[in-house]
Design a binder for this molecule. Structure first.
Ligand SMILES: Nc1ncnc2c1ncn2[C@@H]1O[C@H](COP(=O)(O)OP(=O)(O)OP(=O)(O)O)[C@@H](O)[C@H]1O
Ligand SMILES: [Mg+2]
Length: 308
């Protein structure tokens, strides 16, 4: 596969002297949905803003579809649509004029059919003649998306598109993202709703304090760093874990009713069969059991915590 965005040895120091990015290397594959996760202030918006030409890079190089974002800015920028984190549309213009203007900025010929399709998809068609200042916050956010799509970009950046958005709009947006991807658009998004990344993304990158901590296929990441747990509901409560089970990594719940066994998802053998045999040998009965897997959220929290 081809990289559609190439970030090479990128560092950024803001004017005040703060280093927001430290030697970032990142390849985004054509047609993927890539989720960039990281705590507040990690550098996500800085990275996106540099790729989109809104913030000057410090050191390093960024290519968008092979075009250098500095020396070949117009060609690079034309490939990219950006839905910024901060809403910046509070204008007297109508929705229709705003997105038409946005398309024109990229030197694309008028295409009312495309603009209509975008507005319909975002349930904004009825609002096309409304001035943006008269729209609700959620509708303004839809307009930002429509603006980003007006020039038919091949790469779409969504910087926390669903922050403060209601459940329905969020669902619509994710459907739209899936459709865009199906039409060949590469999507890079940031989100603080990690279950969203878990559901949507093909790959996950975690950024922390300006450094990329991990980049991995989502499923590989969850398999590699995830843990599974087996919880046994005991027939009769225990006060302590009996010594004959001491060689198993077990935890007893506070009320003594549950025994929790944590095992690696990567290992060939879970050790469950041996544990159950041991329990039965020692007359420890249980009435129910279930297994659970760690979520991306738990993996993320562990990754970030282990670095502070
Ligand atoms: N214009 C600026 N001048 C100086 N420092 C800045 C500027 N913009 C951002 N920063 C700093 O750079 C760091 C990274 O900010 P950035 O906005 O990229 O984080 P983020 O990962 O997008 O966070 P969030 O999840 O809160 O959106 C922060 O410490 C921030 O204070
Ligand atoms: Mg941000």
């Amino acid at each position: 596969m081809h990289s559609t965005i190439s970030v090479r040895n990128l560092s950024k120091i803001y004017d005040g002297g703060f280093q927001a990015l430290k030697n970032i290397n990142l390849e985004i594959q054509r047609g993927e949905i890539f989720a960039l996760l990281g705590p507040n202030g990690a550098g996500k918006t800085t990275l996106i803003s540099i790729v989109c030409g809104l913030v000057n890079p410090g050191e390093g190089q960024v290519l968008a579809d092979g075009h250098d974002i500095i020396t070949d800015f117009r060609a690079a920028r034309a490939k990219i649509g950006l839905v910024p984190q901060e809403l910046t549309t509070d204008s007297f213009e109508t929705v229709w004029n705003t997105i038409g203007f946005s398309r024109g900025l990229f030197g694309k010929p008028a295409n009312p059919a495309h603009l209509e399709a975008v507005l319909r998809e975002l349930s904004l068609w009825d609002k096309r003649n409304t001035r943006i200042m008269k729209l609700s916050g959620g509708m303004k956010r839809r307009v930002m998306i429509a603006k980003a799509l007006a020039h038919e970009p091949q790469i779409l950046f969504l910087d926390e598109p669903t922050a403060g958005v209601d459940v329905e709009l969020r669902r619509d947006m994710w459907e739209m993202v899936r459709r865009l991807r199906a039409s060949g658009v590469t999507i890079i998004l940031t989100t603080h709703y990690i279950e969203e990344a878990e559901e949507m993304a093909d790959r996950i990158g975690v950024i922390h304090k300006g450094e990329i901590v991990v980049v991995e296929d989502k499923s590989a990441l969850m398999k590699k760093l995830g843990k599974k747990q087996l919880t046994l509901q005991l027939q009769s409560p225990m006060t302590t874990i009996p010594p004959e089970l001491a060689d198993y990594p077990l935890e007893l719940s506070a009320d003594g009713n549950q025994l929790v066994y944590t095992f690696d998802t990567q290992g060939d053998r879970t050790g469950i069969a041996g544990l159950l045999r041991r329990l039965s040998d020692h007359g420890i009965d249980f009435k129910d059991l279930n297994t659970s897997e760690s979520s991306l959220e738990e993996i993320f929290v562990n990754l970030v915590r282990s670095r502070t």
